[in-house]
Design a protein around this ligand. Structure first.
Ligand code: THU
Length: 160
């Protein structure tokens, strides 16, 4: 038996003011998308803004459904919209922002497992990192320089 240790390094920003202007803009767009989420069941609103290498920014938010599993997370709404409309583009960054109607979300809200797996698919395909930034309504912003840092041992098509 051998130990295998995997460690991650993330950047932590105390406030949006520490982000560079491009990233501040992406955060504002993620927040704007978040505020129009259709989240009447959980009352937990999430927005995502995706930056592509062609300069386009595509946003999305969570879309819930009375049949709960038929709803979809903001990250996947945004990333699938971005790539379906720009099939040859590379994804450079995704920003995620969340808030709740019920309480103040002041901790960073990281993408769920299914969203990580979905983003990983495109990171493997494009062979270049997708930076993931995530935050709550207030508080710190965490940056992972690549999706794989959030999903070590990610399943991928080289294993098929
Ligand atoms: N949600 C997202 O949009 N992204 C995530 O990464 C986690 C959860 C949504 C799904 C659901 O509409 C609500 O947040 C509560 O789980």
């Amino acid at each position: 038996m051998a130990d295998l240790e995997i460690s991650g390094k993330f950047e932590v920003f105390d406030s949006p003011l520490e982000l560079d202007p491009e990233d501040q803009k992406l955060l504002i767009l993620a927040e704007k998308a978040r505020n129009t989420a259709y989240a009447i069941y959980s009352e937990f609103l999430v927005g995502a803004a995706v930056l592509l290498d062609n300069g386009k920014i595509v946003c999305g938010n969570n879309q819930e459904n009375a049949a709960y599993p038929s709803g979809m997370c903001a990250e996947r709404v945004a990333i699938w919209a971005a790539i379906s409309q720009n099939p040859d583009a590379l994804i450079k960054k995704i920003f995620v922002s969340a808030k709740s109607v019920r309480h103040k979300v002041s901790e960073p809200v990281s993408p769920c497992g299914s969203c990580r797996q979905t983003i990983a698919e495109y990171e493997f395909r494009q062979k270049s990192p997708i930076a993931v930034y995530f935050t709550g309504e207030t508080g710190k912003i965490i940056k992972a320089k690549a999706l794989i840092d959030l999903l070590p041992f990610a399943f991928n098509n080289t294993l098929l």
